[in-house]
Design a protein around this ligand. Structure first.
Ligand SMILES: Cc1cc2nc3c(=O)[nH]c(=O)nc-3n(C[C@H](O)[C@H](O)[C@H](O)COP(=O)(O)OP(=O)(O)OC[C@H]3O[C@@H](n4cnc5c(N)ncnc54)[C@H](O)[C@@H]3O)c2cc1C
Length: 392
């Protein structure tokens, strides 16, 4: 593998950097790692402004086909773009609509569904949430019980979803529901698009351990949606959910964000008394994180490389997600040790180093090894698909 960027890729990186330099405030401390859902009004406003500019440049869904409003950007270009946005902790961007709802509609939707939903995604007009997990179905998603029963020209939905990120701010939901309770569990699921303001939907925000309300419980009580909202074939939803989408999923966001954080730790460290700077434990810990940053970054670059060769990354993406999420937790722990009791100070405190982000990211990063598939699930994928071991 050749790790060097082409001159065009390098120029594109500079263009993205320059764009962010112009759009972000000079004292920008960074948006929340898990998106703008938790952001205050000013961050949300900056996010809206940046999204508008990204739409103008067609960067919002740059990997999408041109006919659907994208640029057909290469995998490496997407990686560079995601790397720069994550490094600068920029708010805005296309969220789940760009990442998987739009691609699924492109693959499985009717022509009418494509016309209706895709332009609103590429123009950043509409926010989507993902309604998969349930109280009794997370890692074992195929156990989901929320039902969608056909009744004339409608489907009637009943059940409960949980951990739905951003449901309270979303216009539409991408739903997996059981349509055939008699079929084997993977074969009785279908996918739907649901307006989040439909009568019978109740959204209840959940408070996480960082005292934020990013995700929610969503209750469906006889919610009626027209049968035109079924996406793809009836009872084939599992395959629509599980499909390996050919878009950037390298886990680069963990590494890019950590690179910036480590740079901030170093400048904080340089300001300390010489005796603190000589502390061997801290020096060793920072050196370890630095090595891990390089290892992880190269692993994440392998994903677009494989994609550019026509391969669909599978356990390789699990390796990057597993290593990146656990690395992000170690980076946050290192920050807490560096700062001692100052690490407990949150945003808004005049005495909080790094705008109070360290303590916050220490508690937020607990979720990194759960969301998008837990570490145990990633290890299981690596064991079976990567190492060829039998299922546990
Ligand atoms: C920040 C965040 C955002 C999220 N956003 C969304 C969202 O927008 N939409 C949505 O639908 N869901 C969302 N989720 C839910 C997420 O997908 C689930 O939390 C995740 O899949 C794990 O499921 P669970 O919480 O039910 O845990 P469980 O599946 O109940 O797992 C509990 C523990 O058991 C372990 N375990 C389970 N099965 C096995 C096994 N076979 N072998 C070994 N160990 C196992 C797990 O690793 C874990 O440690 C989000 C989660 C987080 C943390």
């Amino acid at each position: 593998m050749d790790f060097r960027l082409t001159p065009e890729e390098e120029a594109f990186r500079q263009e993205v950097r320059e764009f962010l330099r112009q759009e972000l405030p000079a004292d920008w401390a960074g948006a929340d790692f898990f998106g703008a859902e938790e952001a205050g009004d000013s961050t949300r406003e900056i996010g809206r402004r940046i999204t508008k500019k990204l739409v103008e440049r067609k960067w919002l869904a740059m990997a999408w086909p041109k006919e659907h409003g994208g640029l057909e950007a290469s995998h490496m270009q997407q990686l560079i773009y995601n790397e720069e946005l994550s490094y600068h902790a920029a708010p805005g961007g296309g969220g789940m609509g760009v990442a998987w709802v739009g691609p699924a509609i492109m693959l499985y939707g009717t022509e009418e569904q494509k016309q209706r939903f895709l332009p609103d995604i590429t123009s950043g007009k509409v926010t989507w949430c993902t309604l998969y997990s349930e109280p009794e179905a997370g890692s074992d998603l195929a156990a989901l019980q929320t039902s969608a029963v056909q009744d004339g020209d409608d489907f009637v939905i009943n059940g409960q979803k949980i951990w739905t990120t951003g449901a309270q701010y979303s216009d539409w939901g991408w739903l997996a529901a059981r349509t055939d309770p008699e079929a084997p569990k993977h074969k009785g699921i279908s996918t739907f698009v649901v307006p989040m303001d439909a009568p019978g939907i109740t959204i209840r925000p959940l408070v996480n351990m960082a005292n934020q309300t990013g995700f929610n419980e969503v209750f469906f009580d006889n919610v009626r949606i027209p049968k035109e909202n079924l996406v793809g074939d009836l009872n084939r939803g599992w395959y629509h959910v599980a499909v390996a989408l050919d878009y950037e999923r390298s886990g680069i966001q963990f590494y890019a964000r950590a690179r910036r954080t480590l740079e901030q730790y170093l400048s904080l460290f340089q300001e300390q008394h010489a005796a603190v700077r000589r502390n061997p434990q801290t020096r060793i810990e920072l050196a370890d994180r630095y090595v891990e940053l390089h290892v992880g970054t190269w692993m994440s670059y392998r994903i677009p490389y494989l994609q550019s060769q026509g391969a669909i990354p599978n356990y390789e993406a699990s390796i990057s997600k597993l290593y990146g999420s656990e690395f992000a937790q170690r980076v946050a722990s290192t920050g807490m040790r560096l700062l001692g009791s100052f690490g407990l100070l949150g945003p808004g405190s005049a005495y909080a180093p790094m705008a109070g982000q360290i303590g916050q990211s220490y508690v937020q990063m607990v979720a990194a090894t759960i969301g998008g598939g837990t570490s145990e699930v990633q290890r299981s994928i690596i064991a079976t698909r990567g190492l060829g071991l039998p299922r546990g």
